[in-house]
Ligand binder design. Structure first.
Ligand code: HEM
Length: 299
């Protein structure tokens, strides 16, 4: 056991004896595991790299793409970098599936039990009432809904990436090996795959760099940036307000303490913010580039 963990446990032990003496502000709530954080960082790096290299190829007739292609070592090299990050992204996806399979074996016996468990990413009845409650809250006709472990917009974003990777990955592999695949499929499929891959790329970048960015960082409660996906932890007070249903459930079950951790040192938080800002600004830049290319230069 590391020194920090020992200290937390001894402070929590004190809390049971004299609850008023423990400084609960010192602890944060652990929301994401290390594996999920690493996978999300790799997903960000691979997605931004795929978008930059892919769009450079797609809009190769624009001045911006020519500048970018020089930085990337030419259009051909942009294609190689694109393939490299495609492998990274598909590996992230496979690792996530392996992780869920492991979780199923360890904590749930069947896929059905995992998919329909209360903490699952699958939509359930509460999401419907949360959507209605949120709309009422927006127009001042009700309180903010008591969100739980996952909100309906997080589930929506999750499934958008899930099916997006299947579509963009399968069409991408078709573009990667056209000679090999046309031994078994007709040639026109390559043209269709190019259109689907290219348009899905616009949809994915447009969605991630506007809707996903707004949902996670730009909504008033989190503005200008929520670093929880990088640090894995969130201040206890903020968590209580943000996810009241999950908080109350953990308190009732007496399990909250299991998720309390110490905050990261300032230097780590600052480094995380630098990475976060770089990703946010690159994403917004790509959206501006797409809008410019579609309005003024689209062929
Ligand atoms: C994850 C698996 C992926 C694979 C296997 C893949 C593979 C490919 C390949 C082989 C090409 C042709 C490149 C060339 O001509 O040298 C391509 C083009 C392209 N890719 Fe991907 N890619 C993937 C993901 C993505 C993602 C996530 C995006 C955007 C966010 C993207 C955007 C594009 C674009 C815009 C093009 C140009 C299409 C055109 O010519 O109109 N790709 N991709």
């Amino acid at each position: 056991m590391v020194e920090g963990e020992k200290q937390i446990i001894s402070e929590l032990a004190t809390a049971f004896v004299a609850p008023m003496t423990v400084n609960r502000e010192k602890f944060q709530f652990q929301r994401f595991s290390r594996l999920n954080r690493v996978l999300h960082i790799l997903m960000i790096v691979s997605f931004i790299s795929l978008a930059l290299t892919g769009l450079t190829i797609k809009f190769s007739y624009t001045g911006w793409a020519v500048i970018l292609s020089h930085l990337l070592g030419g259009f051909e090299s942009a294609g190689y970098i694109h393939r490299f990050f495609a492998v990274v992204m598909v590996s992230v996806f496979i690792t996530h599936i392996v992780d869920i399979t492991r979780m199923k074996k360890k904590e749930y016996k069947t896929w059905r039990a995992l998919i329909f468990s209360p903490g699952s990413m699958m939509f359930n009845k509460k999401d419907v009432s949360d959507i209605i409650g949120t709309l009422k809250w927006f127009v001042g006709k009700g309180e903010r809904p008591q969100y739980g472990r996952w909100t309906y917009w997080e589930k929506f974003d999750y499934f958008a990436v899930f099916w997006g990777i299947l579509v963009i990955g399968s069409t991408g592999v078709t573009l990667w090996f056209p000679e090999l695949l046309t031994n078994i499929i007709p040639g026109w499929v390559i043209n269709v795959a190019t259109i689907i891959h290219s348009d899905e790329a616009l949809l994915a970048t447009g969605f991630i760099f506007t809707v996903h960015f707004f949902n996670t960082h730009l909504r008033p409660e989190k503005f200008p940036m929520d670093i929880v996906i990088f640090s894995g932890r969130t201040p206890l007070e903020e968590y209580k307000i943000d996810r009241p249903a999950e908080y109350e459930e953990l308190v009732e079950k007496g399990e909250l303490e299991k998720y309390l951790v110490e905050p990261y040192p300032q230097i780590v938080v600052r480094s995380i913010k630098v990475f976060g800002w770089a990703a946010l600004l690159t994403g917004f830049g790509i959206v501006v580039w797409i809008i410019y290319a579609m309005i003024f230069a689209y062929r």
